[in-house]
Design a binder for this molecule. Structure first.
Ligand code: ADP
Ligand code: MG
Length: 863
């Protein structure tokens, strides 16, 4: 039999039962303490001491703790390691508890659950990246960045859902428990949290959203499908639960219509270096923004390029404005530099977690916005719409800006309750309380000298401790004398302590002064907290305008940064068209170019034309010649252009791409437990099933992961399928020279090779793309240069000739093989839509009435 847990332990067990999957940060005075297994896990993860306290069931209770004032770095490390943390606060001070006659331990409650997707602390967040929490039910997807309030939703299933997930790279993914094992989410398994299925209900979702936006009916916010309501509502409810019932300001729920963004799956993102976290990624090479919010906007544009020409053109126009007016660009960038992160400060203030420093960030951000407005006002050129809209949002709350400027000290403290956040002269009551406190301190300081004179004790000191307040300290001998015969100046002299040869006394006068200081300090503190509360409320009242202002600044930062890059590194505005042309003149790969330049070399620009008539390019050349670079730069240019950015080329005319696929043969993916060739084929299958005539496909060394003949056969068939069936734009790099035999058969296939030359006994890669097929004996050539024995090279030459003989037989073979079965003529949109709807329909899910409605709809679509 074990003794029942102490009342405090009972509190702990109750909180733990409600949050079994979280570590409890259990508030005890100045520390957050962790107990039992939580303590063991946290001590190991944080590398802090594990101790113990008391006993439970006959065993010591493991314990560790972190100081409340400095808990953020610890919290950050735990969250980064994938833990969830429930904060258990004391909900009353000891004084309040005494007054309310609470028996037993102080009342405590879970006030917040900190999870990877719901953090708002700058110490945990990366300023240059959004922090997405995402919810999906397999049919729709909602995403929210709690640290800025950005909130979006869309329909997406199957591969489209996978691509939409990859675009957000969620820190936390919520799914109904029934979908926990769905392979669609495999990539995100370690960030996934299963919620009970009913939480994804349409009606509950609708109610959650109506409550979150404070509207009676959602219709005011736009039209949403049932699945969209379900996922957005489940997301909001989850977030509310983690925030102890509070919700931040949410931006209006933005609906992303199907097909309005370029679909890019996770493998393609990795292959092109689009991952924001990739060490040698695209972002690092092209980011010229000067604010965190600008960097976040760039990352999000790059993650979800648009397929809508007006959207793309509007962004390009904004950048073009800053290209045309370099002086204005310089002024705007100078004004933006060092601007605080208003969006994130605003979110914390909205959640009631704002610090005085966050109010300072709003003040400084609003001041930045005014400076930017002034810089823009000097521009002579007419503003394109995005710039004009941003300009109009730059002074959202002049009265608030002025009030914050007067109210706050230059650098308000980060910790609330530290005091000293409000400037002198702002509030009479605060000034009076502070004055009283400081006057009394001055009186005490002056009294020391006076009392020395009055008592004749030169060593007399006035000191202060929390326990005694202000007291006199004198040497013991003098103290004994004083006690025997107190002078009139020391009325009410009371001996308090004797320590190490000194005696401590309090007097009526000191006690009175002490009381006055304590009271005045408390009054000042209370008044300051009150003012800070009022300022926070005033900020919340202007939240929409401030958020719009922050967004405007980010947009201007990105537009000016795009222009900066264009001018310094010779990037150009792409011409965007609605057809399927794809012409790049003298294009460059931004990341490889930066690396080559850093190494002292110069990048060789190459053009490409995948317009109708030459849609598919077959690129050959020896290893290290530059094939992969050439392929990827085409895809990167398309992504950049549709993100609304300039491109590294002399000129580019690009028909809008709906999906980009980029695959590297034999990619090493052993970590996921699939053979590399299996991965290659899975990805190839995805392309063949998903690419449309508007897609751009990059296939690098397809078929490398298997034996020569079946690899060649597959590459052959895939190339034919791309050319004849998918009819998309494609670049195909291969080491199978035999494929060049296909050229006469495929009218839109172009052969390209990378130039190489021999110079003073060395192979020199010129990195130049020219028409034609690579010289197949190049490998032998290199082998000879490298010193492989003459006889071996000669023998290889003999073998090669024999193989070539056989390969020549392939050309007629190409003629003999019947043509690849072509797709039905120029697929119109309708049949695909029909198929999509049918694929998404489960007959078992339909009521007779719904089945009838579906039939009617399908018939209408079929025309
Ligand atoms: P391949 O795919 O043909 O083996 P890569 O595209 O991987 O070749 O390029 C190999 C290296 O060659 C790159 O890392 C880069 O250093 C250099 N390189 C490639 N393309 C160029 C270029 N256009 N200009 C200058 N250097 C290049
Ligand atoms: Mg390569």
């Amino acid at each position: 039999m074990s003794a029942p847990p102490s009342p405090m332990l009972a509190q702990w067990f109750a909180a733990k039962a409600d949050h079994p999957d979280a570590l409890l940060f259990f508030r005890m005075g100045d520390f957050y303490e962790l107990f039992f297994e939580d303590a063991e896990k946290a001590a190991a993860a944080l590398d802090i001491a594990l101790t113990s306290r008391g006993e439970h069931a006959g065993h010591p209770i493991p314990m560790c703790g972190v100081p409340v004032v400095n808990h953020e770095p610890y919290l950050a490390r735990l969250i980064r390691k994938g833990f969830r943390v429930a904060i258990v606060e004391q909900t009353m001070t000891p004084v309040e508890a005494k007054r309310a006659k609470v028996k037993g331990p102080l009342p405590r409650a879970v006030v917040r659950i900190v999870t990877p997707g719901t953090v708002t602390e700058d110490a945990i967040l990366d300023g240059a990246r959004s922090n997405w929490i995402v919810a999906s039910n397999g049919a729709a997807l909602a995403w929210l960045d709690l640290s800025t309030g950005t909130f979006g939703v869309r329909m997406a299933a199957g591969p489209t859902l996978a691509a939409a997930l990859a675009a957000r790279d969620p820190s936390e993914l919520l799914v109904p428990d029934t979908l926990l094992a769905d392979p669609l989410f495999a990539e995100w398994r370690d960030r996934m949290l299963a919620l009970p299925g009913p939480r994804f209900g349409t009606e509950s979702g609708r109610r959650a959203l109506e409550a979150a936006y404070g509207v009676a009916t959602l219709d005011a916010l736009g039209a949403f499908s049932e699945d969209e309501l379900a996922v957005a509502g489940a997301l909001v409810e989850y977030v509310r639960a983690t925030q102890g019932g509070a919700l931040p300001r949410l931006a209006p729920l933005a609906r992303e219509a199907d097909g309005t963004t370029m679909a890019i799956d996770a493998a393609t993102r990795r292959s092109l270096g689009l991952d924001p976290s990739a060490p040698d990624g695209l972002l690092g090479a092209i980011d010229r923004t000067v604010t965190a919010a600008g960097a976040r906007l760039l990352a999000s544009r790059l993650a979800t390029p648009s397929t809508l020409r007006p959207v793309i053109e509007a962004r390009l126009d904004a950048a073009g404005f800053f290209v045309a007016d370099a002086a204005c660009r310089a002024r705007v960038r100078a004004a933006l530099k060092g601007a605080p992160d208003m969006a994130r400060a605003l979110a914390r203030i909205g959640l009631g977690r704002g610090s005085p420093a966050d109010l300072g960030a709003i003040r400084d951000g609003l001041a930045t916005a005014r400076a930017v407005a002034a810089a823009l006002a000097e521009a002579a050129l007419p503003r394109p719409p995005l710039v004009a809209a941003a300009e109009a949002a730059l002074d959202p709350a002049p009265a608030l800006a002025e009030r914050l400027a007067r109210a706050l000290v230059p650098r308000p403290p980060v910790r609330p309750g530290e005091g000293g956040a409000i400037a002198a002269g702002f509030d009479a009551a605060l000034d009076r309380a502070r004055g009283l406190r400081d006057d009394s301190r001055r009186v005490i300081a002056a009294r020391e000298g006076e009392l020395r004179a009055a008592t004749g004790i030169g060593a007399l000191k006035i000191r202060h401790t929390a326990q005694l307040g202000y007291f006199l300290e004198v040497p013991e001998a003098a103290g004994l004398r004083l006690r025997a015969n107190p002078p009139p100046a020391l009325a009410g002299l009371t001996h308090r302590q004797t320590m190490a040869g000194t005696m401590r006394f309090t007097t009526e006068e000191l006690a009175a002064l002490d009381r006055r200081i304590v009271e005045a300090a408390a009054e000042a503190e209370a008044r300051e907290a009150e003012i800070l509360g009022e300022l926070a409320a005033a900020v919340r009242a202007e939240a929409d305008g401030i958020a719009a202002c922050a967004e405007a600044l980010a947009g201007l930062d990105l537009a000016a940064a795009t222009a900066e890059l264009a001018e310094r590194d010779a990037w150009v505005r792409p011409e965007i068209t609605e057809d399927t042309r794809f012409v790049v003149e003298a294009g460059r790969h931004p990341v490889v170019e930066a690396a080559v330049r850093k190494a002292g070399g110069s990048f060789v620009a190459n053009g490409v034309d995948l317009s109708p008539g030459s849609r598919v390019w077959l690129v050959t050349g020896p290893n290290m010649a530059g094939k992969s670079t050439f392929l990827r730069q085409a895809a990167i240019l398309a992504v950049l252009a549709q993100a609304g950015l300039y491109v590294p080329a002399a000129a580019a005319r690009l028909g809008i791409v709906d999906r980009v696929f980029s695959r590297v043969g034999a990619a090493d993916d052993l970590a996921r437990g699939r053979s590399t060739f299996m991965v290659e084929m899975v990805e190839t299958a995805a392309i063949l099933n998903q690419a449309t005539a508007r897609s751009l496909v990059i296939l690098d060394e397809l078929g490398r992961g298997t034996a020569t003949w079946d690899g060649l056969a597959l590459a052959w068939a895939v190339l034919e399928a791309i050319h004849d069936r998918l009819r998309c734009r494609a670049l195909f790099a291969t080491h199978f020279h035999e494929l060049t035999a296909l050229a006469p058969r495929l009218p839109e296939l172009r052969l390209a090779r990378l130039r190489v030359k021999e110079w003073r006994g060395e192979v020199v890669f010129l990195h130049e793309v020219e028409e034609g097929a690579a010289d197949r004996s190049y490998g032998l050539h290199v082998a000879r240069l490298a010193g492989v024995p003459r006889e071996v090279v000669a023998r290889a030459q003999t073998v090669l000739s024999a193989l070539e003989e056989r390969a020549r037989a392939l050309a007629p073979l190409a003629e003999e093989l019947p043509l690849f079965a072509a797709r039905p003529p120029a697929a119109s949109a309708q049949p695909d839509e029909l198929r999509r709807i049918l694929a998404e329909t489960d007959p078992d899910d339909l009521s007779p009435r719904e089945a009838h409605a579906l039939l009617v709809r399908l018939k209408a679509l079929a025309g």
